[in-house]
Write a protein that binds this ligand. Structure first.
Ligand code: COA
Length: 193
């Protein structure tokens, strides 16, 4: 895996059904219905909706991450309808050193394999383009759907731990494991606009 760099970094990623795009500041209003849905937030905040400030901060952090690494927790656009349906990608877990892959989808889009589809592209890009050597993924221990995605991506169980009184689980994958795992690597170039 040779990380790409330079001009390609500014281009969105594409899968069969999705575009993984950079955020614009105004996009935060499209994230609001998702980040205030208690079904989505169940295993994020225990169900508490994010405030407008939290949503705006999230979008700002993606701009900063993108400037630093050329990748972020990408905005997911459903190609067929051009609707923003959530996000997927890499961010620093709780602002620390670990690069974590995560995903949130609008409830209407659950159960169609979309998070896995997005995550495969985001993980591949994180290794190839951003050049990370290790990616973790962290979830509430009860979040079976999220843990199923981690396993499908080839992450291995690493540890159970507790943070802010919540029981969490951490999965991880190093670049050596990623290139060695069976099956073809996703190798979609970024879209040229
Ligand atoms: C987690 C989330 C992104 C999954 O999105 P999705 O597009 O439905 O996920 P996928 O269809 O790609 O894959 C989910 C997998 O989990 C499985 N799954 C779903 N619910 C499950 C459950 N309750 N128990 C066990 N497995 C479950 C699915 O069967 C699927 O696996 P499969 O392909 O082997 O059948 C979505 O539920 C969501 O946005 N949740 C709220 C936000 C969140 O919790 N994010 C993760 C924080 S760590």
């Amino acid at each position: 895996v040779t990380p790409r760099s330079g001009a390609d970094a500014a281009l969105p990623l594409e899968t069969d059904r999705l575009l993984l795009e950079m955020w614009r500041e105004a996009d935060w209003t499209q994230l609001r219905p998702i980040a205030t849905d208690p079904r989505v937030m169940r295993y994020i905040t225990g169900g508490r909706p994010w405030s407008d400030d939290e949503i705006r901060d999230f979008v700002r952090r993606q701009t900063a991450a993108y400037a630093e690494h050329g990748c972020c927790r990408w905005k997911l656009v459903y190609k067929q309808s051009q609707e923003m349906i959530g996000f997927c990608g890499i961010g620093r877990w709780k602002g620390g050193a670990e690069q974590e892959i995560g995903w949130w989808l609008s409830h209407d889009y659950w159960g169609r394999g979309l998070a896995t589809e997005a995550a495969r592209a985001a993980l591949d890009d994180a290794f190839r383009q951003a050049g990370f050597s290790r990616i973790v993924s962290i979830a509430y221990r009860e979040n079976a759907a999220s843990i199923a995605i981690m396993r499908k991506l080839g992450l291995h169980y690493e540890a159970n731990f507790e943070s802010d009184d919540v029981e969490l689980v951490r999965y991880a994958i190093a670049i050596e494991e990623y290139v060695a795992r069976p099956g073809p690597l996703t190798n979609r170039p970024r879209l040229r606009s």
